[in-house]
Design a protein around this ligand. Structure first.
Ligand SMILES: O=c1nc2n(C[C@H](O)[C@H](O)[C@H](O)CO)c3cc(O)ccc3cc-2c(=O)[nH]1
Ligand SMILES: C[C@H]1O[C@@H](n2cnc3c(N)ncnc32)[C@H](O)[C@@H]1O
Ligand code: SF4
Length: 380
């Protein structure tokens, strides 16, 4: 029903009455998610910043010739994980460049020195290390994945993710942000979404807003995500991320999306997507993030007490207590969640390796998340 309304309603969402659109989305959120907004307490591991792609907006990638190009060692991974553990984190987020060894000698050599011939094999071993040595749950954000890569990563992670970004093929043309980026060809991203579903991986995806896509293309992308979810039930959350400008990226003079554009997109997402898909927008990316709640989100995403947001390093994480306070003022209770959503934590399904499921179920139970509400401060 929502779908039908929106195919005729794209114009309404784009240019119609903003308050009415947001109210409709907020009502849907209230019905399914209530007046609670969640976050995942996580430590961030940028396993490598080398990448065979060169997205025009990327604030993270370093060319191998740069002195900053690196691959983290197992000792560094473990040190970050341990700091996260001490601060009460439950998630370890691996975010990294894509297949740099297929393009750059330096990446090949670096992996060889660590004893690996592929980044995915190294990543899988680092997930296993974190599982073995710490209490954290690994979440893998490694971009596009083949069937084989999912098979290697699935047994050692609680959940995975990949931003669909966009379905616009136009943006792969010369002069556009995804030009010469083999991992950002929409059909490759869509195939990854589908494979993750076939293999029953609890999956995070989302859209990057303001990189040159049209409003109609965003709607098309939301429908594509929804259709994959209807087939497989694996989409746990969708992130609506605003493009962030930085001086040292190709898109340094490209305008950022306006707050209104973000609100319209968030509201349209809440109206289009299946109600059991969590809707996330990051709080550190907008000073006026509270308006996102009024447009229908129910989640702030991963928030780290120990590491910066390496993807958007110019924006500091709001202190968790401060976020709790402003959420409360807006009429929402801030609650911690795990990287994997509760509906995947039952034994009747084929989601998640049983050992990781047991760990996550234990963390979700009494003495886990509930105990850690104290970190949040006033709302405890
Ligand atoms: O701190 C960040 N976390 C990002 N996350 C992590 C996210 O905030 C949480 O860790 C997830 O909600 C899982 O709990 C992503 C996860 C994905 O699977 C795909 C894309 C992203 C993007 C970001 C990001 O830009 N910054
Ligand atoms: C991990 C995710 O970070 C996002 N990402 C990369 N660069 C930027 C930027 N400048 N602004 C906002 N998001 C960005 C992409 O959507 C990627 O998939
Ligand atoms: S694929 Fe990811 S890491 Fe690589 S350039 Fe694009 S956004 Fe950056």
């Amino acid at each position: 029903m929502n779908t039908e309304k929106l195919s005729t309603g794209t114009a309404w969402a784009e240019t119609g009455d903003l308050r009415a659109l947001m109210m409709r989305a907020a009502r849907i959120r209230d019905t399914h998610w209530g007046r609670t907004v969640t976050y995942s307490r996580k430590a961030f591991v940028p396993l490598t910043n080398m990448c065979r792609d060169t997205c025009g907006y990327c604030t993270f990638v370093k060319h191998p010739d740069s002195s900053e190009a690196n691959i983290m060692t197992p000792e560094q991974v473990l040190a970050t994980a341990r700091r996260g553990e001490l601060e009460g984190c439950k998630e370890l987020l691996f975010s990294l460049g894509e297949k740099p060894e297929l393009r750059y000698e330096k990446a090949r050599k670096g992996l060889e020195r660590l004893g690996y011939s592929s980044l995915t094999a190294y990543l899988a071993d680092m997930c296993a290390l974190v599982l073995r040595e710490t209490s954290l749950l690994p979440h893998v954000n490694a971009g596009t994945l083949t069937d084989d890569e999912i098979d290697v990563l699935r047994p050692v992670s609680a959940s995975m993710g990949m931003m669909l970004e966009t379905v616009s093929r136009r943006l792969t043309r010369k002069g556009q942000p995804h030009y010469a980026c083999p991992d950002k060809v929409p059909v490759q991203r869509l195939r990854t979404l589908e494979r993750a579903g076939q293999k029953q991986v609890p999956f995070t995806t989302g859209l990057l807003i303001g990189i040159g896509e049209s409003f109609a293309e965003r709607i098309e992308a939301l429908h594509a995500i929804n259709e994959a979810h209807a087939r497989h039930g694996h989409i746990q959350e969708v992130i609506i991320q605003n493009f962030q400008r930085k001086p040292d990226i190709e898109m340094a003079s490209h305008p950022e999306p306006s707050l209104e554009d973000m609100l319209r997109t968030i509201a349209a997402a809440r109206i289009i997507l299946a109600q059991d898909i969590s809707l996330q927008a990051p709080p550190n990316l907008s000073a006026r993030h509270i308006a996102y709640l009024e447009a229908g989100i129910n989640d702030w995403g991963g928030i780290s007490p120990v590491t910066i947001d390496f993807i958007n390093p110019q924006h500091e994480w709001p202190e968790i207590r401060a976020l709790a306070r402003s959420s409360t003022e807006a009429g929402f209770e801030l609650r911690e969640r795990l990287t994997v959503y509760p509906r995947y934590l039952t034994r009747e399904q084929d989601f998640i390796n049983p050992a990781i499921l047991a760990r996550a179920a234990g963390m979700a139970g009494p003495g886990g998340l509930a105990r850690d509400q104290r970190h949040i401060g006033e709302t405890a």
